[in-house]
Ligand binder design. Structure first.
Ligand SMILES: [Zn+2]
Ligand SMILES: [Zn+2]
Length: 274
């Protein structure tokens, strides 16, 4: 069976006869090279994904019962975020990105060599396999970090508690994180693709997907078309599992998948508060 250490030591070789993504990659190289070769691009991609994915759910929250099509899926219908709460979460994320994430990327531009962009696009299978490896690695790292920061009183109080300000999460609260938590997550997002020798296009696809999954964890709606419903065998926790974590913080620690919580007995199903 292939394990993570084998992935690190012997990167998988792929049949590059799958050229489906080559036209897209050529277009990016020819027309957007300045943008995609900038070390600021991944930050821009992640932050804009957070804003784009969060906005529709904020509108749904503000409309509430007026859009019953969505409201009937609300996990805690009695708890609705206010515009003020949404603005506070967004302001915190914007502040952290402007004053901590961007400066650290700018400093790294002077220390580290600029990443080279390959001429060849990744094969579709490569995007899928490497992308899954990236998600599994991040999920494991965050599971361990998350358990430690809930068990240790000081670590919880000074680093993670700010994310638990609300027992009913909403889309903008996804990135209501302390600076150490945001920087730790940013470091993994940056270093894991280097460790696993991922193609930049794979990394960017997983950046967007993981931001979507993180926002979906916090939307507060158990939508029938949520990823946790579409992927079989309850492999993904999704909004029901993470909403439960905000209601009962000593359960459902994993951000995406459910296997670590099931193995260590920290998985608990959603209990709707009606
Ligand atoms: Zn959360
Ligand atoms: Zn937590």
């Amino acid at each position: 069976m292939l394990n993570i250490s084998e992935l690190l030591l012997c990167p998988l070789t792929y049949n590059r006869s799958d050229h489906l993504l080559q036209p897209l990659w050529n277009h990016l190289l020819v027309h957007h090279r300045h943008l995609i070769s900038s070390p600021l691009f991944p930050v821009l991609l992640a932050f804009s994904s957070y804003v784009i994915f969060s906005t529709p759910f904020a509108v749904m929250d503000l409309l509430g019962e007026r859009v019953s099509l969505f409201h009937k899926f609300k996990i805690q219908p009695g708890k609705r975020p206010t515009l003020r709460m949404m603005a506070r979460s967004f302001r915190m994320s914007l502040f952290n990105h402007v004053f901590f994430v961007l400066p650290s990327v700018v400093i790294s531009m002077f220390i580290l060599p600029l990443p080279a962009l390959p001429q060849e696009a990744p094969a579709l299978r490569e995007v899928f396999v490497d992308g899954l490896a990236l998600l599994l690695l991040f999920d494991t790292q965050y599971y361990i970090w998350h358990v430690v920061h809930h068990k240790h009183v000081q670590l919880y109080h000074y680093i993670h508690a700010i994310h638990h300000e609300y027992s009913a999460p909403f889309s903008w609260s996804t990135e209501q994180l302390s600076i150490p938590e945001l920087m730790t997550v940013g470091l993994w997002s940056n270093q894991d693709p280097i460790l696993l020798k991922c193609h930049p296009l794979t990394t960017w696809c997983i950046t967007v997907l993981s931001i979507w999954m993180s926002v979906e964890d916090h939307i507060g709606y158990d939508l029938p078309w949520g990823l946790n419903r579409l992927v079989p065998f309850d492999l993904l926790g999704g909004a029901p599992a993470h909403d439960m974590h905000h209601q009962r913080p000593n359960r459902n620690y994993a951000p995406f998948f459910s296997h670590w919580d099931r193995i260590f007995g920290t998985a608990v199903p959603l209990r709707k508060k009606r």
